[in-house]
Design a protein around this ligand. Structure first.
Ligand SMILES: [Zn+2]
Length: 199
């Protein structure tokens, strides 16, 4: 176990903390750092520092931002009355890339996952509810993932938002082509059935 130098072991341990990185990959990454040109790795560490220093979450929507408000929230041309709810900033980017959406977003920064100990109070749901009141939101599009956690989250939100009487809809994922009903998890099936109408 003590075969590596202390700083190499430290680097491996840092990589191991990254999502989806196991011990073997962490080792490979550490050796990549060791062998790569010094200036490349100096640039890399400077980029990490810059991200940590300047990138934060938008106070309003939870999107990545270098200011208090992200570029979408501070854009007067975006319709503040329409809010698309997504799990992560990367989901927002997918919808933005389509160029079709002119409303605003709300990033939950996760989904309800009881098995991982993540409950509604760990997500940016309170912020969403206060936004609905403050910004006079008239339409909410629930665009959480179509997996069990995403479905649970959408269901929870639709119940929480019901008293506000806003128009609600769920992004239509549907049953995958060739998807065998037996193999589709229950939450997806229920949503596919209910998805025929706006929520
Ligand atoms: Zn924002």
């Amino acid at each position: 176990m003590a075969a590596y130098t202390r700083s190499m072991q430290e680097l491996i341990d840092h990589f191991k903390k990254m999502p989806g990185i196991g011990a073997k990959s962490a080792e490979r990454m550490a050796f990549y750092v060791l062998k790569a040109p010094k200036q490349d790795m100096e640039k890399f560490s400077a980029v990490i520092k810059k991200v940590k220093d300047s990138v934060k979450f938008c106070k309003k929507c939870g999107n990545l931002s270098e200011e208090e408000l992200c570029t979408i929230c501070s854009d007067a041309r975006r319709d503040k009355g329409i809010v698309c709810v997504v799990e992560e900033p990367k989901d927002l980017i997918v919808i933005e890339k389509s160029g079709q959406y002119k409303g605003t977003f709300h990033v939950l920064l996760g989904s309800i996952a009881p098995l991982d100990g993540i409950g509604p109070e760990d997500l940016r749901i309170k912020e969403l509810l206060s936004r609905v009141k403050e910004d006079k939101v008239r339409e909410i599009i629930l665009a959480t993932d179509s997996d069990a956690e995403g479905e649970t989250t959408a269901l929870y939100l639709s119940k929480e938002l019901k008293p506000f009487k806003v128009k609600m809809s769920r992004l239509a994922y549907g049953i995958p082509v060739g998807g065998n009903l037996d193999y589709i998890d229950q939450a997806t099936l229920i949503r596919a059935l209910e998805g025929r109408q706006a929520v």
